[in-house]
Design a protein around this ligand. Structure first.
Ligand SMILES: Cc1cc2nc3c(=O)[nH]c(=O)nc-3n(C[C@H](O)[C@H](O)[C@H](O)COP(=O)(O)O)c2cc1C
Length: 402
C-alpha cells in the first residue's frame, strides 16, 4: 500500500490525475455540458454555505457511521456510478470497488463501465450496487438486470436524467473513445503517460465490458459507438420505472431528481431512495446546483412518504461538502469526480486516499460545529443567511456592493 500522507486534499489528487491520465479521459471527467455553468455552480454553491463554530462542547467519541438504504456505511458517502472508469486506471472499476469495500462505503457500477458486472463481482466480496441505463433493446436490458441479480448486487440505481445526452464540447474535440483511436494526437499524448500505458498493456479490459459480447449486433468496437448513440431510450417514463422495479424485485434507487414534483413521483413509485443530482453538471446546463435543489425536495418528499431516503450528489469535493449536504437534509451522498481523481492518480490507493480525506474533513468539521454523531446533524450548524436562499432553489445572490 502506497503512503500518500502528503496528499492533503482532493485537489492534490486532481492535479496528479491530470498529469497521469490521457487527455481525452481526464477531460471526460473534468468537464460539464455546454457552458459548464451548472458544473461550476455545484461547487461554488457549496463554498458559499458557512459553518457555525462551537467551542467547549464534549467532542469525544464521534461517529460518522450511518446507513444508506440497508447498507451500513462508515460515513454517509457512496461511490457514484461513472462510465469509462477503467480508462482512468487499468481495471479501474475493480480497484475502486476494492477500495470502497475495504473502507466501508458502497460502490456503484455503471452500465457504461469498462469492467463488467461479473469482473467486479469476482474481485470483491461486498455486494455492490448496479446502475442501469434504460436502453431501447429490452432483451439486453432484462439481461443486464438478471446479470446484476446473479452477481448479488444489493441495489439497482435507475438513472433518470439521461434519456438524451448533454453535450460536452471537449469530448467531441478529443474524439473520446475506449480504447483511444491511434491518431497522431492521441499517440503523442499517450507517449507522455507511461504508467497509464504500462498498466493498460497488462489488462484485456479496454472497452465496455457490460455491452460488448452481450448486446445483439455489438461484437466489436466499430459497432459500439453507433449502438450506444442509438440505444439510450428517450421514451423512458414513470410506467417503465414500475416495470423495472418489478423485474428487479430488490432495493431501487432513482438518481437524477432535481424538482419536488419528480421527487414526489419517485416516492410514489415505491423507490427506496432518490438521489438529488444534476449528473455532476453533465446534462442540463443552466439547471441549479444539486445543493440548491435539495431542501425543497426533502420537504416535498417528507409530506408524501417519509421512509424514502433522500441523497445528494454533484459538486462534493470535501468532507465539509458532505457535512453541509447532511445539514441541508440529505441522509447520504455520492461522489463522482472526487474518487475518479484519486483513481487516476494512484489506482486503488488513490481511491482509498480520497475516502480517507473526505472522512477526516467531515469528522473534524463536525467536531468544530459541536456535534459528535453525523445522524444528529441539522441545519443549526449552518450560518444564517448563507443557506436559506438555497431552500427556494435559488443560486447564491451576491450582496450589492453599496
Ligand atoms: C466521468 C463521469 C462519468 C459518469 N458516468 C455516469 C454513468 O455512467 N451513470 C450515471 O448514472 N452517472 C454517471 N455520472 C454521474 C455520477 O454518477 C454523479 O452523478 C456525478 O459524478 C456527481 O457529481 P460529482 O462528480 O461532482 O461528484 C458520471 C459522472 C462523471 C464525472
Amino acid at each position: 500500500m502506497k503512503s500518500l500522507d502528503k496528499i492533503t486534499d482532493i485537489e492534490d489528487l486532481r492535479l496528479i490525475a491530470k498529469r497521469k491520465v490521457p487527455k481525452m479521459f481526464y477531460d471526460y471527467v473534468d468537464s460539464g455540458s455546454w457552458t459548464q455553468t451548472t458544473y461550476r455552480n455545484n461547487e461554488t454553491d457549496f463554498d458559499r454555505i458557512k459553518l457555525r463554530q462551537r467551542v467547549l462542547v464534549d467532542m469525544d467519541n464521534r461517529s460518522l457511521a450511518s446507513h444508506m438504504i440497508d447498507t451500513p456505511v462508515k460515513m454517509p458517502v457512496a461511490i457514484a456510478p461513472t462510465g469509462f472508469t477503467g480508462m482512468m486506471w487499468a481495471d479501474g472499476e475493480i480497484h475502486a470497488a476494492k477500495a470502497a469495500e475495504k473502507f466501508g462505503v458502497p460502490f456503484s457500477l455503471s452500465t457504461m463501465s469498462i469492467c463488467s458486472i461479473e469482473d467486479v463481482a469476482t474481485h470483491t466480496s461486498a455486494p455492490f450496487w448496479f446502475q442501469l441505463y434504460v436502453m431501447r433493446d429490452k432483451v439486453f436490458m432484462q439481461n443486464l438486470i438478471n446479470r446484476a441479480k446473479a452477481a448479488n448486487c444489493s441495489a439497482l440505481i435507475l438513472t433518470a436524467d439521461l434519456q438524451v445526452l448533454g453535450q460536452r464540447h471537449k469530448d467531441i474535440k478529443n474524439g473520446l473513445s475506449a480504447p483511444p483511436k491511434p491518431t497522431f494526437a492521441n499517440i503523442l499524448n499517450l507517449m507522455t503517460k507511461p504508467e497509464w500505458c504500462m498498466n493498460m498493456l497488462g489488462t484485456k479490459r479496454r472497452t465496455f465490458g457490460n455491452i460488448v459480447g452481450h448486446a445483439q449486433g455489438v461484437g466489436d468496437l466499430s459497432s459500439l459507438s453507433s449502438w450506444t448513440a442509438e440505444q439510450f431510450d428517450p421514451a423512458l417514463s414513470w410506467d417503465d420505472v414500475a416495470r423495472i422495479k418489478e423485474l428487479w424485485g430488490g432495493k431501487l434507487i432513482i438518481k437524477g431528481i432535481m424538482e419536488p414534483e419528480d421527487a414526489v413521483l419517485a416516492a410514489k413509485s415505491g423507490a427506496d431512495a432518490l438521489v438529488v443530482s444534476n449528473h455532476g453538471g453533465r446534462q442540463l446546463d443552466g439547471a441549479p446546483s444539486s445543493i440548491a435543489a435539495l431542501s425543497d425536495i426533502v420537504q416535498a418528499v417528507k409530506a408524501e412518504r417519509s421512509d424514502i431516503e433522500v441523497w445528494l450528489d454533484s459538486g462534493i469535493r470535501s468532507g465539509q461538502d458532505v457535512l453541509k449536504a447532511v445539514a441541508m437534509g440529505a441522509t447520504g451522498t455520492m461522489i463522482g469526480r472526487a474518487f475518479l481523481y484519486g483513481l487516476g492518480a494512484y489506482g486503488e490507493d488513490g481511491v482509498r486516499r480520497a475516502l480517507e480525506l473526505i472522512y477526516k474533513e467531515c469528522d473534524v468539521s463536525m467536531a468544530f460545529c459541536g456535534h459528535t454523531d453525523v445522524q444528529q446533524v441539522t441545519d443549526d450548524i449552518l450560518v444564517k443567511g448563507t443557506f436559506e436562499h438555497l431552500k427556494s432553489g435559488m443560486p447564491h445572490i451576491a450582496p450589492m456592493p453599496w
